[in-house]
Write a protein that binds this ligand. Structure first.
Ligand SMILES: [Zn+2]
Length: 667
């Protein structure tokens, strides 16, 4: 490496380009750049003089490649390679390194400090406003202590008056007070130095003040201001303990800087052995020389706040879910020293046979909450007793309250599964409870047709979340497609059966998806009268009308609604001429459709028919009064019926075929 001194304007420009590069690099790679500058910084010997002489300007150093420079496209690395030498020339005259133009010759620097902030001061130019030749202004700054260990390059920003200024905070200089050295580099638009001004500022040291805040969220703060000093601050610790049993719970609480020469340590009462005691805090400061110094002490007495304001607790039944109630403390927020809140809960019936303990959860409002589900209490409703224990740091009870609460009667809800799978549907009943609890739920169920001839006591199983579920298999009932009526009974803890609620479900499967599989049995312009209930499946004249009547003229063609086998063909009961065809529906279930009162029959038993095939024609055949078959027992119409799952019972054919809108069928 070759050394070269910066003793001409030409070399000065190169030097300046170097500084520009260095300061630009500071933004890009601060660590590397600070290192580079520091190495070229003035020795202590020089620093002494820099109060009056701007002398940070590095001599033209050895030039070597520095990869950081290549990040900046504006910098030609070949010309302004970074500094890597320690070579310095403190004796060099400042005048050699300063180029002054007429425009900036009268430029001054003022330094001011706002009264409300002890650690910040503002450096500002006077005389830059309106001068177009000024590109930017840099303020390298460091404290007199320990050389340029804390050197920072600040770039001035233009204020509203057109001057360049920068606010310096002692936290960026190790919280040091005393002498700050500030150089001001006025740069031209090309980065050339127009003027360098040296200044200094004495940051005053304050008297330390130690205080404590009020308790909030079980914490208080030890606040120390005025710590900054000539040797800086590297660490502030606040050893703290409670008075009872001496230092047994001593903790070294670390303080953090919060601005304006103030540090705070957060003391969480829960971290100590006592909830209510005298808390003692000492303050120690370690400076940048590693010297730890005792700064002072403070104490805080924390009393049991429940002595003056006894604990209050309430409970409320959940609106959306009456099987639950929420217990809440009412006056714990803002009270210090609470380690834990426990609620003992039991119903009034039969003593504490079902007592449960709930640990309070701290809510957003500072109160402690517990949610009680009667599932934990045998589904008992009515009077409950709640004991609340506030526990301190030692597990001691620091307050207690007993509260009575009555859980109102529940509104049970019965729900059905939409799906009927494998001929089975599910009934769920939830929100069931009684003052004597619930040990089981039974759901007697029957199909509506023919009364309770097929009543079965279906057990419901508890599936959690205060819900019971029963599985109803349609094949256990006389009629598969019908309204199913279910009553719910609870069995209480005394073995007594108590009616809860009734309900019913009509099994029509999902007609929207069933439609479209079968054809319509007639031409689509013939359909039942929508407003005449006697045309439709359902109760009629004290019996069930087991099918749909479709008015149509004599000899109107009747068609097979699906592929199938003819099961019956001929006179049958009151239906006169009758055809029954067995098919398989889209779910694989067997469904037979039958055609009554026909005029003609075009198929025979055992014959396979295909969807849309004519099987006969409309007539009015049936019995006369003497139970003899005649052709005109009725006006001409098709009686169309269905039998599901090869059962003898008829079901509503509208499950599979849309008579209201024939065009929604397959054909
Ligand atoms: Zn009929």
């Amino acid at each position: 490496m070759k050394k070269k001194k910066c003793n001409s304007i030409k070399s000065l420009v190169i030097c300046w380009a170097l500084i520009m590069f260095v300061s630009a690099g500071q933004i890009l790679a601060q660590d590397e750049m600070e290192f580079a500058v520091q190495e070229n910084a003035l020795s202590e010997k020089t620093e002494v003089r820099t109060d009056t002489k701007p002398a940070l300007q590095p001599e033209n150093p050895e030039t070597t490649k520095d990869t950081a420079g290549s990040d900046n496209a504006d910098v030609k690395v070949d010309e302004v390679d970074a500094v890597t030498t320690n070579d310095q020339n403190p004796d060099e005259e400042l005048s050699e390194t300063v180029k002054t133009t007429t425009g900036v010759s009268d430029l001054r620097i003022i330094i001011s400090q706002a009264a409300e902030n002890k650690t910040q001061f503002t450096v500002s130019t006077i005389g830059c406003a309106g001068k177009a030749e000024i590109g930017r202004v840099l303020f390298p700054t460091w404290t007199a202590r320990n050389g340029q260990d804390d050197l920072h390059w600040y770039e001035g920003t233009r204020d509203k008056n057109g001057e360049f200024c920068i606010t310096i905070d002692s936290k960026d200089h190790g919280y040091e007070t005393g002498s700050y050295l500030i150089h001001t580099y006025i740069n031209g638009q090309q980065g050339e130095i127009l003027k360098v001004v040296g200044s200094s500022y004495n940051l005053e040291e304050s008297q330390p003040v130690i205080s404590m805040t009020e308790v909030l969220n079980n914490c208080f703060k030890v606040r120390i201001s005025g710590i900054s000093n000539r040797n800086g601050v590297s660490d502030v610790v606040v050893p703290t303990w409670t008075q009872i049993n001496g230092h047994d719970d001593l903790r070294w609480e670390k303080a953090t800087y919060v601005g304006n020469d103030t540090w705070e340590a957060v003391i969480n009462i829960a971290d100590y052995k006592q909830s209510y005691d005298t808390f003692i805090s000492h303050v120690y400061v370690t400076d940048k020389n590693g010297q730890q110094k005792y700064l002072g002490a403070t104490t805080k007495i924390i009393d049991n706040p429940f002595a003056k304001d006894p604990l209050e607790v309430t409970a409320q039944q959940q609106e959306n879910d009456g099987s639950k109630f929420v217990i809440s403390t009412q006056n714990c927020s803002k009270k210090p020293g609470i380690k834990q809140v426990d609620f003992a809960v039991w119903s009034n019936r039969n003593g504490q046979d079902e007592i449960r303990w709930y640990q309070g959860v701290l809510g957003a409002n500072g109160e402690y909450l517990a949610s009680v589900d009667i599932e934990n209490h045998g589904f008992e409703t009515g009077p409950f007793i709640i004991h609340t224990y506030i526990k301190g740091n030692n597990g001691e009870t620091i307050s207690f309250a007993s509260v009575n609460f009555t859980l109102a009667k529940l509104n049970p809800i019965i729900e059905y599964d939409k799906a009927v799978l494998n001929n089975t549907f599910k009934i769920r009943i939830r929100n069931v409870g009684s003052e004597n609890g619930v040990t089981a739920i039974m759901m007697p169920t029957w199909s509506r047709s023919n009364g309770q001839d097929d009543l079965r006591w279906e057990p419901a199983t508890y599936i959690g979340n205060h819900t019971w579920e029963a599985n109803i298999n349609l094949r256990n009932y006389n009629i598969i497609v019908d309204a199913f009526i279910s009553h719910a009974y609870l069995v209480d803890k005394n073995g007594k059966m108590v009616f809860v609620k009734d309900s019913s479900k009509t099994i029509l499967q999902n007609t929207a998806t069933v439609y479209g599989f079968y054809n319509y049995p007639l031409d689509k312009n013939y359909k039942p009268n929508p407003s005449d209930p006697t045309d439709w499946f359902g109760p009629r004249w004290g019996d069930i009308h087991e099918g749909v009547d479709i008015p149509a003229p004599y000899y109107a063609s009747c068609y097979a609604v699906g592929n199938g086998i003819v099961e019956k063909a001929g006179f049958f009961m009151g239906y006169g001429r009758y055809v029954r065809i067995r098919t398989t529906d889209r779910y694989g279930e067997s469904v037979s459709f039958f055609y009554g009162h026909l005029q003609e029959i075009n198929v025979g038993v055992g014959q396979s028919v295909s969807k849309g095939q004519k099987i006969g024609s409309v007539g009015g055949s049936g019995y006369n009064a003497q139970r003899t078959y005649i052709d005109n027992a009725y006006g001409p119409h098709l009686h169309f019926g269905a039998i599901a799952n090869a059962d003898d019972a008829c079901v509503d054919p509208e499950i599979w075929i849309d008579f209201h809108n024939p065009y929604s069928n397959a054909n």
